[in-house]
Design a protein around this ligand. Structure first.
Ligand code: CA
Ligand code: CA
Length: 499
């Protein structure tokens, strides 16, 4: 009798579990590679056109002061997907894949936690920076279903721009491509097509966690003519870039992007590529926005919008000539500030929050919104309070790192930067949003109050680290294994401007 009662109650319990999972909201998780804050609703570029992302923001909450954990794909995405800071994991470079680090091999990632709680998980395009290839007959432990590989798609037979410094890297390219105005041969078009199909074919009775990762506006910024036609072919597309903006920044700000395939502004000017690059980036952003729109439309058509939490994020920003460089790998706004939008059940519509937020917060936020069991190791904070009320208090600023000892800390009012040699910058981001005037030496008490947020854990690169790794021993910075001498000229900077 007791046994029957027990199995009956067990059956009830199991039924309850299944039905509660079925009632959970779906998750649509949209990633955009190297997407800076040039998004219509973020008010950072007056000409940018992103109507689909803007309509998502209209029906959700824009975290308007959100920052990545690292201005580089692998550390940023690893941090977001496992919920730990790069300064905790020691994943600072483009290598290694974190599962190859024994200490982190079994970490429960965000999609794995949803899978363990009754969700069906789908992956499309670029979600992780890299994933170890899996024997064909073994299930991949990261997601249950795999769609498009994404990536660049159709490529021109040769580069469209002049030879670039540091080896004329194949990715350093931009311009109109394909030249037949057909978007369907692009990797990101394929990502959206697969995501749409998965939404249409997902069976009832189980919630989904569907990830779609777009490659553009990562270089090479190829887009078809119609997206270029949205932007004038003149200097009005350029961001403001005052001469000598880096004169009040320390030499150690150069160490964290000492030599890279991304051209400096000087090369853009010398090769008449500044306007072409900015237009190509804007065109790529608008094209990706149109693909985001295809997925949002499919959600509407399937009648799933009301029961799906959408989160859209960029992994880090991108400079297009500001502070004399192109690319990421800096601790300034253009590298750290990213789009972060939530919409759907539990999220207040039409809000914009200026509270600091981090990509690290996505994991605990989705767990909180879906009422899943909490996970002990997470270092982020749930944004649920701000998603309900944009002005809800937030206990700490947003923290970005780029290699050991280099941090940026952003509050509602200030950006503080600390480099590995102790050099500091401070910007009043309300009155100086472009971060042109370093006031660290005038605002000592503010600097002291921001400095206390520097993470207590600051681990160096794990074994196997490589690609864009800076170390610092005995006061000598070492970039990718090569020491930087005290008098070495800044690569591609004009020699007379040595700092
Ligand atoms: Ca990236
Ligand atoms: Ca300046």
């Amino acid at each position: 009798m007791i046994r029957v009662a027990l199995s009956l109650s067990l059956a009830f319990f199991c039924t309850a579990l299944v039905s509660s999972a079925a009632e959970k909201p779906n998750i649509l998780f949209i990633a955009i590679d190297d997407q800076n804050d040039w998004i219509g609703c973020m008010d950072s570029h007056p000409l940018v056109k992103t109507p689909n992302i803007d309509r998502l923001a209209d029906r959700g909450t824009l975290m308007a002061n959100a920052h990545c954990q690292a201005p580089l794909c692998n550390p940023s995405r690893t941090s977001l997907m496992v919920g730990l800071r790069p300064s905790t994991t020691g994943i600072h470079g483009l290598r290694p894949w974190f599962r190859d680090v024994p200490q982190w091999a079994d970490l429960v990632s965000l999609p794995q936690h949803f899978q363990a709680n009754g969700y069906e998980t789908y992956s499309n395009g670029k979600i992780y920076h890299s994933i170890r290839s899996q024997p064909a007959n073994e299930p991949n432990p990261e997601f249950q279903n795999w769609g498009s590989r994404g990536g660049v798609g159709s490529k021109p037979p040769q580069k469209l721009i002049p030879e670039t410094p540091f080896g004329n890297h194949a990715l350093m390219d931009w311009g109109v491509w394909p030249d037949d105005n057909d978007d369907s041969t692009k990797g990101d078009y394929d990502v959206a097509s697969h995501a749409v199909r998965m939404i249409e074919e997902h069976p009832e009775g189980k919630p989904f966690f569907l990830a779609a990762g777009f490659f553009l506006p990562h270089v090479p910024c190829y887009a078809t003519q119609k997206w270029f036609d949205l932007y004038p072919d003149d200097a009005s597309v350029l961001p403001p870039m005052p001469e000598g903006d880096r004169d009040d920044t320390p030499r150690s700000s150069w160490w964290i992007h000492w030599s890279l395939p991304e051209p400096r502004k000087q090369w853009l000017d010398e090769n008449d590529q500044q306007i072409n690059l900015v237009r190509s980036y804007l065109a790529s952003t608008s094209f990706v926005d149109s693909q985001v729109g295809r997925i949002l439309d499919a959600l509407d058509k399937a009648g799933k919008t009301d029961n799906t939490i959408v989160v859209l994020w960029g992994d880090h920003g991108f400079h297009l000539g500001e502070k004399a460089i192109t690319g990421k790998n800096t601790l300034w706004r253009r590298s750290t500030r990213i789009p972060l939008i939530f919409a759907g059940p539990g999220v207040t519509a039409g809000q914009r929050s200026s509270k600091p937020a981090e990509l690290l917060d996505i994991y605990p936020t989705l767990v909180d919104l879906c009422d899943l069991p909490s996970i002990d190791h997470l270092e982020g904070l749930s944004l649920k309070p701000q998603l309900q009320d944009a002005d809800a208090p937030r206990e700490r600023p947003a923290i970005t790192s780029h290699n050991q000892g280099n941090f940026s800390i952003v509050s509602e009012k200030w950006r503080y930067i600390h480099y590995v040699d102790g050099a500091e910058e401070l910007y009043d981001i309300v009155n100086d949003p472009h971060e042109w005037t370093n006031v660290a030496s005038q605002k000592k008490s503010v600097v002291a109050s921001m400095r206390k947020w520097l993470p207590k854990i600051d681990n160096g690169p794990v074994a196997g680290s490589g690609a864009r790794v800076l170390t610092y021993y005995d006061k000598t910075p070492v970039w990718e294994g090569q020491p930087i001498g005290e008098d070495d000229p800044i690569p591609q900077d004009s020699p007379q401007k040595k700092r």
